[in-house]
Design a protein. Structure first.
Length: 347
């Protein structure tokens, strides 16, 4: 079986990271693939190392004739059994004619860009329900969860990031964007004088967040690490992961916490609220509530039995739903289903 993947994507982001890790994992399982994506040397190198060929296309907004031509050329040469578009921009370039087409949803996207998709995959059950609620027959909608496949390197040295040993260390992983609620994490830190915070990510709010840390008097206990790929090593150094997102369709970072025995505290956005059982595999706090986040952090730090319970519950959730082995097999099974019965049902 051959699968052609289409991705526009940004320089860095959770969906783009999951795309790369999934394609590499599928290649490891023996699936033959080709990816048409924007120029991104690191992403292309990672796929090349996994034996996946790539082609480059601009995925422009207006009057972009190059991308359809690039996709058509690759289809003629590669002859895929399935074409899969990851997120809306790429989905808008799905060809009208060709093999069965899958549109992947990492959030609650508008379906208008997916007009040429035959099949639809959401990364959570709730996103799949969103797709069906927009009028797609339920038989064409499927859920495949994300997975965590973290590095096995030793924990990052605190000394390397000018952070003292023995002090509680909080970790944020994600894009520095308004919807991620990094400002809430900083405001909570201001109420936790013994804690330190590592912020691993990049985005448009970096300078504003650094200024906020200075105004709150926590700049000396905050480290802005930039975009990192050693998430497992960072989690290994942290005492807990905080996910203060105002908007979060899911958040693979939660899976990464569960997979590394790291206590998890998250704001009750749609994704975390759907998968976190409060007090069992994580703690949920209201969105936009720094005092509540600070209180939850204090609870975990003060109660080792609670921390252990969150770790054990997280591990059970991880093993049940989010292992690499399980998710890769779900993709392979779904590709088999689509290729064997994937006639164009909505063209």
């Amino acid at each position: 079986m051959r699968v052609l993947h289409l991705l526009a994507g940004g320089d860095a982001g959770g969906a783009e990271t999951y795309f790369t890790e999934t394609i590499c994992a599928l290649a490891e399982a023996g699936l033959e693939q080709h990816a048409v994506l924007r120029h991104h040397p690191q992403r292309r190198d990672a796929l090349a190392q996994a034996g996946v060929k790539t082609s480059v296309a601009p995925y422009g907004r207006w009057l972009d004739f190059k991308t359809p031509m690039s996709i058509k050329r690759v289809m003629n040469e590669f002859k895929p059994d399935i074409v899969q578009a990851w997120m809306g921009r790429a989905a808008s370039f799905l060809p009208v004619d060709g093999p069965p087409a899958i549109g992947w949803f990492g959030g609650y996207y508008d379906l208008k860009r997916y007009r040429n998709a035959d099949w639809f995959v959401g990364c959570t059950y709730d996103i799949a329900r969103h797709i069906a609620a927009k009028g797609v027959p339920s038989g064409q909608v499927h859920t495949v969860h994300t997975f965590a496949d973290l590095d096995t390197a030793p924990a990052v040295s605190r000394a390397s990031l000018d952070t003292p040993e023995g002090m509680p260390l909080l970790l944020f992983l994600g894009r520095l964007h308004e919807k991620k609620g990094v400002d809430i994490a900083l405001k909570a830190l201001a109420e936790l004088p013994d804690c330190w915070l590592w912020i691993a990510g990049e985005g448009p709010l970096r300078s504003q967040l650094q200024a906020l840390a200075a105004r709150l008097g926590v700049a000396d206990r905050t480290r802005f690490l930039g975009w990192r790929t050693d998430r497992g090593a960072l989690l290994g150094a942290a005492d807990m992961l905080v996910v203060p997102s105002r908007y979060e369709p899911f958040g693979t970072i939660m899976v990464e916490a569960w997979g590394t025995d790291t206590p998890l505290i998250a704001a009750a956005a749609a994704g975390p609220a759907a998968y976190i059982e409060d007090g069992r595999n994580g703690l949920l706090v209201p969105t936009d509530d720094a005092p509540a986040l600070a209180l939850a952090i204090r609870r975990v730090l003060a109660d080792s039995r609670l921390a252990d319970r969150l770790v054990q519950g997280g591990c059970a959730t991880f093993e049940a739903w989010f292992t690499k082995t399980r998710v890769v097999q779900e993709w392979l099974d779904y590709y088999t289903f689509v290729s064997s019965g994937g006639m164009a049902v909505n063209r």
